[in-house]
Write a protein that binds this ligand. Sequence first.
Ligand code: F6P
Length: 357
Amino acid sequence: MKRVAFLTSGGDCQALNATMRGVAKGLYAADSDIEIYGILEGYKGLIYENYRKMKPSDFSGILTQGGTILGSSRQPFKHMRKPDENGLDKVEAMKKTYRDLKLDCLVILGGNGTQKTANLLHEEGLHVIGLPKTIDNDIYGTDMTFGFQSAVDIATDCIDCIHTTAYSHGRVFIVEVMGHKVGWLTLHAGIAGGADVILLPEIPYDIDSVIRAIEKRTEEGKRFSILAVAEGAISKEDAALTKKEYKQKLKNNPYPSVSYKIGAEIEERTGQEIRITVPGHTQRGGSPCAYDRVISTRLGAAAASLILEEKYGYMVGFRGDEIVPVPLSEVAGRLKMVDPNSSIIKEAKSLGICFGD
Ligand code: F6P
C-alpha cells in the first residue's frame, strides 16, 4: 500500500483541482488501497503539520472547480533555509511531517518558486513529483503549464470587451495583463484580442515607438487603440538601470503600476483620452477552460504512473504534445521567457503589432 500526499503552493490557478483529480483517479484506479493526504495551505501545512486524509469522493466533482481544495500560500524559496520566528528549521520540519505520515511520495503542484523547493526536498532525500502550475507559462522544461490557457481566455475576453467601448468613445485603452517577469500571457491574450501594441518584460519599450504606433493609427482614421501591457513591462531607460537603482526609482514613482505611467505619457504627448483596465486576479479565477482540463488530466495520469513506477525527482512536463518527465534539478531556478527573436514575435510584427522596440 502506498501513501501519497498532495500539496498546492504559490499563486493559485484554474486547473489545480483538475490536476489533483487526475493524479488521484490514476492512483485509485491502479491500487484501491492507496492512501492520499492533502497538505493544507502549501508548504506552510508541511512545515506546521496541517493536513488531512482524503477520500476518493474528495476528488469527484472538482474537474471544473477553480482554485484549490487544499488552499495555498506563498512560502518564498529564499526563506526556506531561514528558521521561522520561533527558531524552527523549516526544512527539517517538512522532512519530519513527511516521515511521520510515512509517505512514499509528495506530489507538489506549483510554479517556479514551488518547483525550487520541490527540488530542495528531493535533494534532501524525499520522494517528490512536481506538476507545472501557473498562468504565467514560465516554467522551464515544459512547453505548457496548466492554468495558462484559462488565463489567456479571460484576458482575451477582457480585451474583446474593451474593443467595443474603445471604438464607441474613440479612446486609447490599456489592458494590464498579469506577468511580472515574463510576458507569455500578455503576448497570447494580446494577439488573440487583436491588441495594436503589446508590451512585454522581455522587450523593453521606447515610449516614442509606442506613441508613433498610436499616432499612425489615428492618421489612418482608426478611432481607437488598444495596448496589452504586462505588469512587468519596462522602458528601455529603466531596463538599463541596475536592480538597485530601479527599485529606488520605483519608490518615488507616483503611479500604481506601469500602465498608469505609460497612460500618462501617452495622454500628455498625444492629447488622446486614455483609460486603463486591470483584470488582475480575475485572470486566475473561475473554471479551467477545456484545454486546461485536458492537459491537467493527462499530466495527472502521467504523475500517477511515475508514482506507481516509483520514479521520483521529476516534474511532469510537455514537449510538444508528448508528456516528458523532467528532472527537478533541471527545472529549479530557471525561467522560460519569451524570446524577442522567436517566430511568434516576428509573425505578430509582420502584421503591424507594435512591441515598443
Ligand atoms: O505567478 C502567478 C501570478 O498571478 C503572476 O502573474 C502575478 O504577477 C502574481 O502571481 C500575483 O501574485 P499575488 O497573487 O501574490 O498577488
